[in-house]
Design a protein. Sequence first.
Length: 492
Amino acid sequence: MVNLSLIANPQLHTWAQTAEAGLQTLLQAPDTTLGHLEEFLEAQARRLMLPILGAAAQALAGRQAFLCPICHRPLLGAAKNRRRTLDTVFGSFCLQRDYGWCPHCAEYCSPADQALGLQPQAAASPRVQEIAGLLSLRGPYAQAAKDAKRLTGLSFNPASLHRQANRQGQRAIQLRQRDIELAQTPQGLLQLSARSATSKRGPFTLIIEIDAWNIRERDDWGKTKKLRRQGQQPERWHWVFTATVFRLDQRGQTQGGRRVISERGYVVTRQGLEAFTQMLYVEALLRGLLQADQVLVIADGAIWIWNLAGDRFKDAKQRVDLFHVKEHLYELAKTLYGEGTAQAQQWLKPLLRFLESRKEGALDVLHQLQDLRQQLQGLTTSQQEKLDQEIGYFTTHHKRMDYKQAKANGEPVGSGPVESTARQYQTRFKCTGQFWTLQGDEPLLALATLYRNERWHLLYPHAAPTPSGSQNAQNQIPKNARLALAGKPRQR
Ligand SMILES: [Zn+2]
């Protein structure tokens, strides 16, 4: 049992007096609302908690063995009681802890810093790190700094928030990289697979949906005119590869008929196709790739996606998003018969029906297009090109258009989930006037994805979910314990 004298009586007395005086003033003011009272007492609670947190943190630091946090060997050359200022949700305080040298790791380190979850060169406590990270995922840094002040009383400036979020994102990238390296060895593959949360036994289908969108970066910033003079156009838009992975039995419907997916994994990166492929493979393993009876890849017609699927998910069934296929037919109808004409409608109707109601409906559509090529007289060159293009499209993809069977199996026919994933990221990463850099966007994309994948606790152990039903340890206060902070008995 750690002996904590949480707060000295005189200190408590002073605190109570200040709080009471402030409350009196507020109560006498004519325009005081409950909100004023809440905000005032929040600030007072922080003042009260700061010395308590300081004492508890000092106790935690003091109980650490003087061993290297990495190799657990004894540390040498103790530098005692080194001070370090920490910024916490209650304010700043100074922590004292010992430093030592690990000859094995050739590193100078503090076991207390490691145990407390502190980062090198940064004053932020784990809760402050978490709040900075989370708010940075929601909106531009200037906005996040304002929100932090309003919601928590913490003062960040946008630049420090940016640095903080970047640091958290770098840690998220390291965690991701560790899993990618695991996937390189057979033992590692098994480890990743064992971590997959396949609580439900029995056969299941794993669904992988893939898409890409683009982000604007500040490449060659300030060199635009020079580049243009040299006849080059600066490339500022870059692909962000995106995927979502879920099990068919994790897809359900709300009472209002809206599709929901109870558990899903996300993969989002700006680091290129090769890196994306590795990340997607890891995420699929974590979501039960090796346990799945069937794997289904759904996407639009982009050829890189099907190359990736054939390369990494060889036995997977492939399906082109139905909505994209219909769009191809709408576009063709428009080119051949004019936009919105009765003739276009009449031509389209049976083709759309074939797609969804016939066993090899897409093949029937293809044959119709080929017949049309023979029959239609007097096509313009651009109409012919469009028709040939669509014949090519259906020739390439008709085997990926098994919509009748898909519906019979209760499988999705569209890539809506990955498209909505992309849209959610875009609300943060594609704001008006926003320019990113690869150094800035990738860490934040990694942090956002770690959060969505419900692995937040890997960065912030205090955020680990507690098993449902069992009470959180910190809530287990014995029934007869009395918290007599104000020294007065509670009124009944
Ligand atoms: Zn060591």
